[in-house]
Design a protein around this ligand. Sequence first.
Ligand code: FSX
Length: 365
Amino acid sequence: MKRPAANNIGSALREAGISRRDFLGFCATLAAAYALPAASVGAIAAALEKAPRASVIWLSFQECTGCTESLTRSHAPTIEGLILEQISLDYHHTLQAAAGEAAEQARMEAMRANAGKYLLIVDGSVPLGNAGYSTIAGVSNVDMLKEVAQGAAAVIAVGTCAAYGGIPAAQPNPTGAVPVSAVINDKPIVNVPGCPPIPVVITGVLAHFLTFGGLPELDDLGRPKIFYGESIHDRCYRRPFYDQGKFAETFDDEGARRGWCLFKLGCKGPVTYNACATTKWNNGVSFPIQSGHGCLGCSQPGFWDMGPFYKALSMPTANVEKAAGIAAAAGVAAGAAMAVANRGKKAAAKAAHAPVTVEDLEKKP
Ligand code: FSX
């Protein structure tokens, strides 16, 4: 792992040749993400510059390493990347040079030296079906999680597997996979779901911890409201087509070529809360819907068991043709008609911030 010589972020930025202007730009982005006034940018910059390196222990359980891949795929050098380097990543299977006993010693030493202060990041789910399903250095995942969480200041569950069980917990859940929150109940836990999560969201939570010395405000599913407060649908640039009742029917029809709404092709954007439509991926280049594919709903609880990827959510499907007919006849937007029909359910779910499943939406009012 790269270990910068600087002992705070300000020095590291200067060593890396990051201009003051670019740094303040990043701080302004953070302030906007955290819904803070513009006047707070200077205070954020000052706090971040002086922030000491925080010790982080990263445990990987039942996962595909996509979360780490996502984080390390950012185009360097980014200020987000620098913040990641600025933490003292004392244990991470994929990124650390040490192996075997030396790696475990590094973990024990970090736990001892930073007791009560280090951050524990977990990706992957925890198998409770059998202790031998997933082990590290001969220790079961559940035992290692409990051991490391004990001295942590907080736990960040990165990825849908760690946050809600994810793919390993999909039916029939052969390993008895559970999320971190099913095992740890005496520490603050932040869920950063997504399969994988957006890199800038992961580093945004880290930056919040470094800047403010605490964790961001969370919703009822343990996710930072600043990134997961709105649905993909509500922030999607194709939303106007939905409201006009203009849908692609296949991936190569005229509607698809014109960039119309992908709802009828199975997009789960209306029931998925994440920042993909605004933060986007690959340094803001694009996100799945912009690339022509519907949202799979990867950051929601129950991911993989929410229904077929390419079957339209049922909330408007029963009404799509009817509403489209009404729209044609009356000159009103079919999507708007459908939106009205479902507004009650959506508003209630948003208010409670409860996950909305396909089954919920299929229930007759
Ligand atoms: Fe899960 Fe992450 Fe999906 Fe993969 O670590 S959230 S399977 S991207 O790798 O845990």
